[in-house]
Design a protein around this ligand. Structure first.
Ligand code: PEP
Ligand code: MG
Length: 321
């Protein structure tokens, strides 16, 4: 079984009837990138840069960040590497930043909201990213976007950093895609409009499920309500993919759901272009997709979207797993 899977390390991910998708890895540091390589990743779909900032007593310098980003880009070569800008707050704390205590940290001052206010922190990271961009195929991704204004503000800072680099005669790649995470329902709902201003979407189901269903992703007591088969969640995911495609951009997913064998048939049928998951899930997912028909899964996805309860959907989909 394991040996059979190993054979798929260097193969593409193509459905039985010829639909090609990309399987990427979610990573937290350069070591993970090596591991994802051994597991057949076609790219990095999510590099969580928070870990560079955690377990220390001060912010990482531009140089430290540059080295880490460069290392990952070099390991992946020509393959795409989506690096997410700082997504701190919620469950991820940085004691040295002295952020205010909040009643609802998941609904509070976090991620892009911090970056747009603490511009120096954001600029340092963007500068490190741009400098590293010449070593590979970098794509920059903003987390926790809830409005068009945030995209425009973040892009303004990015342009400012580019101008600074030009003044200093420091090079950066001229073709860096910039995308956003779709993990807040507000963003999913206006994804038709957001799609016109970015190069890609990556759906963050870990948070999208939490915010759509009002279920704290850390709370055991209500975990039975935290369900990717929730028809509202599936409807949003489908909408985001359609809106992205209508605007001509690619749509990926980097939440846990992307590597879940029960969801993969539905996501393939909805037309998801890129699935990013923990390294260990990549080969099983490749094998599964190679055995599925895209045309058939399209019909399955349409059927699922007509079902009104998570339970019905889950039972129905089990026959395709
Ligand atoms: C998500 O929200 O789905 C996601 C991938 O990001 P994180 O788990 O880091 O919040
Ligand atoms: Mg998230």
């Amino acid at each position: 079984e394991k040996k059979e899977l190993r054979k798929l390390v260097n193969s593409d991910t193509i459905s039985r009837d010829g639909r090609r998708v990309e399987l990427g890895a979610n990573i937290g540091n350069p070591k993970d990138a090596k591991k994802s390589n051994e597991n057949g990743a076609e790219g990095i779909g999510l590099y969580r840069t928070e870990f560079l900032y955690m377990d220390r007593t001060s912010l990482p310098t531009e140089e430290e960040q540059f080295q880490a980003y460069k290392e990952v880009l070099e390991i992946m070569g020509e393959r795409p590497v989506v690096i997410r800008t700082l997504d701190i707050g919620g469950d991820k704390e940085l004691p040295y930043m002295n952020l205010p205590r909040e009643m609802n940290p998941f609904l509070g001052y976090r991620a892009i909201r911090i970056c747009l206010e603490e511009k120096d922190i954001f600029k340092t990271q963007l500068r490190a990213l741009l400098r590293a961009s010449i070593y590979g195929n970098l794509k920059i991704m903003y987390p926790m976007i809830s409005s068009l204004e945030e995209i425009r503000q973040a892009n303004e800072v990015l342009e400012e950093v580019k101008r600074d680099l030009e003044k200093d005669n420091i090079g950066y790649s001229s073709h860096i895609e910039v995308g956003i995470m779709i993990e807040i329902p507000a963003a999913a709902i206006i994804s038709d409009m957001l799609a016109k201003e970015v190069d890609f979407f990556s759906i963050g189901t870990n948070d999208l499920i939490q915010y759509t269903t009002a279920v704290d992703r850390m709370n055991e007591k209500i975990s039975y309500l935290y369900n990717p088969f929730n028809p509202a969640v599936l409807r949003l995911i489908n909408m985001v993919i359609k809106n992205g495609h209508e605007a001509g951009i690619w749509v990926g997913m980097c939440g846990e759901v992307a590597g879940d064998p029960r969801l993969i048939p539905i996501l393939l049928g909805m037309g998801l272009d890129e699935f990013s998951m923990s390294a260990g899930s990549i080969l099983p997912a490749r094998k599964q997709i190679q055995g599925l028909s895209y045309e058939e899964m399209k019909e399955i996805a349409d059927k699922v979207l007509e079902m009104a309860t998570a339970d019905t959907i889950e039972k129905f989909i089990t026959q395709y797993v």
